[in-house]
Write a protein that binds this ligand. Structure first.
Ligand SMILES: Cc1ncc(COP(=O)(O)O)c(C=O)c1O
Ligand SMILES: [Zn+2]
Length: 408
C-alpha cells in the first residue's frame, strides 16, 4: 500500500492549471485559488478495500493510497518512487463514532451519531490536516511553517512542527482561548498575538512569509491540510461498512473539513467504493459570524466578508473563507443546508451533549448540535435517517466559555 499521488490541480473549474507536487506549493500560480491533490485512483482501488484496512495502522495514515507521500512527489515522471517518506504522526484519526442514543431520543432521531474529534492529538480535528501538511512541508524542505489561526490549528501546527523538528510561526487574535496560546508556546512555536481577526493574522503571515523563508500552511493555501481532513470521510465509509450516512453536520469556519469530506466521497465514488448517493452536507455556523449561512440564504456561489465577527466558538470566526465557493458547492450539490446558532444556543447544546452523552464538546460542536435540533424540529431530517454530527474539538480548551455557560 503506497500513495498514488499524481499531481496538483487548480480548484477553479475554469482554470486548467496542473502542477507536479514538488517543490512545495501554495496557491495556483495563475488564479490564486486553492490547489487540490489528485491521485491515480485506478491504482489506489487495487489495494484500498475494507478487507485490507482491517490490519492497518490505527491512524488516518491507514488510507495511504489516497494520502500524499513526498517520495512519490519528488520522483521523476515514469520512475518508481524510492521507498516511502514516513509520515509526521502523533496517532491522529480513528476517533470514536458514538451512537448518541439519549440525545437522539430527545430529538426523535434513532440514528444520531457523534464523531468525537476532540480525542485527536492536541484535542481537535486540526491534527489530521496538520499531520499531512507538516509531513509534506518537512519532506519538501521547508525550514519552518507559518499560519494564522483562530485557535486549535495553532496548537496542532506547533505540535507537528515540534515532532518534525522544523520551525513554526503562528499569528493569533489577542482574544484567542488561552489554552491555544499556551499549548502553542509549550510546543516551541513563535507566537505573535495580533489585535484583530484571523483575516488580520493571515495578512501578517502573508506579508512576512517570503522574506522570512516561512512556508505558509494557512487554511487552503497549501494542498495537504484538505487531504488530512478528508480522512474523516474515509473513516465514516469504513465505520459504516462501506455505506455513507444520510447527512453530515459540520461546524464550518474555513470549511476544510467539509470540502475534504466531499472530496473523499468523490474519490470513493470514482473508485467504485460507494454508489452515487451522497450525504447531505449541513454547515453549522455561529450567528455572530455566518458568512456561509448568509450566502446560502441568498443562493450565492461565494460569500461576502462578515463584518464585526464575534462568537465564543473561536474556530467559526472566519469572516471570509478562501474556499467559500467550494464549501457552497458541496452544500448545493448534496442538497444540504447552512444553519446558524446564537452563542447562548450553542453553549446550551454543549451542555446537552455533556449531560446526555458524556461528551465535553467545543462550542463549535455545540453549533452543530443546534443545527441538528433545528432540522429535527422542522421535520427536515427523518427519524430513521443516519446523521453524523462532528464535534470538532475538545471542551477542555474552552474553560472560560464553559465556566460562563455553567454560571448562568
Ligand atoms: C473546534 C473547531 N471546530 C471547527 C473549526 C472550523 O474548521 P474549518 O476551518 O475546517 O471549517 C475550527 C477551526 O479553527 C475549530 O477549531
Ligand atoms: Zn487556477
Amino acid at each position: 500500500m503506497r500513495s498514488t499521488l499524481s499531481h496538483l490541480e487548480c480548484s477553479r473549474p475554469n482554470c486548467d492549471e496542473r502542477l507536479a507536487p514538488a517543490p512545495a506549493r501554495n496557491l495556483c500560480p495563475l488564479c490564486h485559488s486553492p490547489l487540490l491533490a489528485r491521485y491515480d485512483l485506478d491504482l489506489a482501488r487495487e489495494t484500498l478495500t475494507l478487507d485490507a484496512l482491517r490490519t492497518r495502522t490505527r491512524s488516518m495514515w491507514r488510507y495511504a493510497e489516497v494520502l500524499p507521500d513526498a517520495a512519490r512527489a519528488t520522483r521523476n515522471e515514469g520512475e518508481k518512487p524510492r521507498g516511502r517518506t514516513p509520515p509526521v504522526t502523533l496517532g491522529e484519526g480513528m476517533t470514536p463514532l458514538i451512537h448518541a442514543r439519549r440525545l437522539g431520543e430527545q430529538l426523535g432521531l434513532e440514528r444520531l451519531y457523534i464523531k468525537d474529534e476532540g480525542l485527536n492529538p492536541t484535542g481537535s480535528f486540526k491534527a489530521r490536516g496538520l499531520s499531512a501538511a507538516v509531513t509534506m512541508a518537512k519532506a519538501l524542505g521547508a525550514p519552518a511553517i507559518a499560519l494564522p489561526t483562530a485557535g486549535n490549528a495553532g496548537g496542532a501546527a506547533a505540535a507537528y512542527a515540534a515532532t518534525a523538528g522544523i520551525g513554526c510561526v503562528i499569528a493569533m487574535p489577542t482574544d484567542t482561548p488561552a489554552a491555544n496560546v499556551i499549548e502553542s508556546r509549550a510546543f516551541g512555536a513563535d507566537v505573535h498575538m495580533i489585535d484583530g481577526l484571523i483575516s488580520d493574522c493571515g495578512r501578517y503571515i502573508a506579508e512576512h512569509a517570503a522574506d522570512q523563508g516561512w512556508f505558509e500552511v494557512s487554511t487552503l493555501k497549501e494542498p495537504y491540510r484538505i487531504e488530512g481532513k478528508k480522512t474523516m470521510g474515509y473513516e465514516l465509509w469504513e465505520e459504516f461498512d462501506g455505506a455513507l450516512p444520510d447527512a453530515i453536520v459540520y461546524p464550518t469556519g474555513g470549511g476544510v473539513g467539509l470540502i475534504g469530506m466531499w472530496k473523499a466521497f468523490e474519490e470513493l465514488g470514482a473508485m467504485g467504493l460507494v454508489g452515487s448517493a451522497r450525504p447531505r452536507m449541513i454547515s453549522a455556523q455561529a450567528e455572530g459570524c455566518a458568512p456561509i449561512v448568509r450566502a446560502f440564504g441568498q443562493g450565492a456561489a461565494e460569500s461576502e466578508f462578515f463584518d464585526n465577527a464575534e462568537t465564543v466558538a473561536a474556530g467559526l470566526r472566519v469572516p471570509k473563507a478562501l474556499g467559500d465557493f467550494l464549501i457552497l458547492d458541496g452544500i448545493y450539490a448534496s442538497g444540504g443546508e447552512a444553519i446558524a446558532a446564537s452563542d447562548t444556543e450553542l453553549m446550551t447544546a454543549c451542555g446537552d451533549m455533556a449531560r446526555l452523552e458524556g461528551i465535553f464538546a467545543a462550542p463549535e460542536g455545540g453549533a452543530g448540535l443546534v443545527a441538528v435540533e433545528k432540522l429535527a424540529a422542522q421535520g427536515r431530517i427523518g427519524r430513521d435517517e443516519t446523521i453524523v454530527l462532528f464535534n470538532t474539538g475538545s471542551g477542555y480548551k474552552y474553560a472560560d466559555a464553559w465556566q460562563a455557560a455553567l454560571a448562568t
